[in-house]
Design a binder for this molecule. Structure first.
Ligand code: COA
Length: 258
């Protein structure tokens, strides 16, 4: 792959880096395809946590590649949106938790990539927003659908209609990012959190993610039914016996992921 690097750690944490620094890691169709391909390959032997970040100190991802979009026909634009939807679906439907380490500009498609992650950590120099309408287009890689679900329709519409960029701290105040860390620290902070998650029962974490995702798709009664089923299923795992047994025996649990 030319623009995506995948680094698998022994601790179960994998870092996927979008690396196209001369164009601030912006997304052309090849970059989006490579993100999708990398995520598909990770599904074969899933790590415990996936971190997504951008190479360099300036940008997470500064959006879809405007120069390439400028040449697209409507059919090509549809295909590009579908590519983006496929790649971002692989993130938010990934069985394992995903964390966006936002180290700089996260604009348009970059913000959409971050929105598809479960958790967002931003460096204090990060700027987040949806400038698409300033270009005469709209967020087409999931932004109009995921942003209102995350921050509510009022804030989402203000951001999308105005194209205004939010500083990291403003983004935290509207729940667009979970937390803000000093400049240069987004990846370290994401790694630290990923380490905490990776130390927990991996099957439990996967099922917890599936249940939390379900809350976005179904009514409360159906969601609670799903939760009860997932809860019950975990009682058939070795990890649940190990985790609860370790508590009772006052020792540290040794999870095997079974
Ligand atoms: N698409 C294509 N190229 C992009 C890009 C994008 N989304 N974002 C940055 N680049 C390119 C620039 O064209 C420039 O390339 P060049 O050196 O060949 O001219 C390079 O990345 C560096 O960007 P530059 O604009 O010189 O940096 P800056 O610090 O002055 O400004 C931004 C940074 C992010 C404010 C500015 O690049 C920008 O507004 N980018 C577009 C953001 C956007 O609208 N994204 C949503 C698209 S839907």
């Amino acid at each position: 792959m030319d623009f995506v690097k995948v680094e698998r750690g022994d601790d179960g944490v994998t870092v996927l880096t979008v690396d196209r620094q001369d164009k601030l890691n912006s997304l052309n169709p090849q970059v989006v395809e490579e993100i999708g391909q990398a995520l598909l390959e990770l599904q074969e032997e899933p790590p415990r946590v996936i971190i997504v970040t951008g190479a360099g100190e300036r940008a997470f991802v500064a959006g879809a590649d405007i120069a390439v979009m400028n040449e697209m026909s409507p059919i090509e634009a549809k295909r590009f949106a579908e590519l983006g939807h496929a790649a971002t679906a692989l993130l938010d439907r990934s069985p394992v938790p995903t964390i966006a380490a936002i180290n700089g500009f996260a604009l348009g498609g970059g913000c959409e990539l971050a929105l598809a992650c479960d958790i967002r950590i931003a460096a204090e120099n990060a700027l987040l927003g949806f400038p698409e309408v300033t270009l005469g287009i709209l967020p087409g890689l999931g932004g109009t659908q995921r942003l209102p679900r995350l921050v509510g329709p009022g804030i989402a519409k203000e951001m999308i209609f105005s194209g205004r960029r939010l500083k990291a701290e403003e983004a935290r105040m509207v729940n667009l990012v979970n937390r803000v860390v000093p400049e240069g620290e987004a990846l370290n902070a994401a790694r630290e959190l990923a380490g905490e998650i990776a130390a927990n029962g991996p099957v439990a974490v996967r099922h917890a993610k599936a249940a939390a995702n379900k809350s976005q798709d179904v009514d409360l009664v159906s969601g609670l039914e799903y939760e009860a089923d997932q809860f019950a299923l975990l009682f058939a795992t070795e990890d649940a016996r190990e985790g609860m047994g370790a508590f009772v025996e006052k020792r540290k649990a040794d999870f095997k992921g079974r």
